[in-house]
Design a protein around this ligand. Structure first.
Ligand SMILES: CC(C)(COP(=O)(O)OP(=O)(O)OC[C@H]1O[C@@H](n2cnc3c(N)ncnc32)[C@H](O)[C@@H]1OP(=O)(O)O)[C@@H](O)C(=O)NCCC(=O)NCCS
Length: 153
């Protein structure tokens, strides 16, 4: 699959909201993405796009002082298992090295097997758990696992 990874930008917010809605139970609107990228402090991200600007995946992060956090990450369903998710995270980590960040954090649903395998493959460690953090559409609840990777500057 042919794609390039470049900075996430305002123009991709509509496609991002559509992809996000296909991947998560609680979708973020185009407007929420636009506010995030224009008005929120320390936000940056990357997108994987085709030569025609079709969005295959993206990652958004927030970096404040020493810690950065992955706010969201998703890859189009028929583009998964081709290394895009991993490359998006690695691109973000490279950027964080340049910014001198100390840690990269994220939270993930304890039952999100694919994401947990991806994070494990990148050597993230679990440092905490938020009980019943997610309320799912079927009204069941799930814990959030808190993961981190130390960035050795
Ligand atoms: C999680 C997600 C981003 C992974 O993206 P991806 O592009 O498919 O991941 P990659 O192809 O880079 O996978 C890298 C590694 O993660 C692991 N992995 C990812 N998906 C896997 C799966 N379905 N089964 C087994 N291992 C998997 C593997 O170790 C894989 O390496 P390999 O293919 O060489 O074995 C994608 O499944 C997704 O968008 N899910 C829905 C949204 C989501 O859950 N986001 C994360 C929220 S915290």
């Amino acid at each position: 699959m042919d794609y390039k990874i470049v900075s996430f930008n305002f123009e991709i917010c509509e496609q991002a909201s559509i992809l996000h809605a296909s991947a998560f139970e609680r979708p973020w609107s185009k407007n929420e993405f636009e506010i995030l990228v224009t008005e929120s402090p320390g936000i940056f991200g990357f997108k994987a796009v085709s030569s025609e600007e079709q969005l295959y995946g993206f990652i958004l992060l927030q970096y404040i002082i020493d810690d950065a956090e992955i706010l969201t990450l998703c890859v189009l369903e028929n583009c998964r298992r081709q290394g895009i998710g991993k490359e998006l995270i690695k691109t973000a980590i490279n950027k964080l090295f340049i910014k001198d960040a100390k840690r990269l954090l994220l939270e993930v649903n304890e039952y999100n097997k694919e994401a947990l395998l991806l994070y494990k493959s990148l050597n993230f460690n679990t440092y905490g758990r938020r009980k019943n953090y997610y309320l799912l559409n079927d009204k069941s609840q799930a814990d959030a696992l808190l993961l981190e990777i130390k960035l050795n500057n």
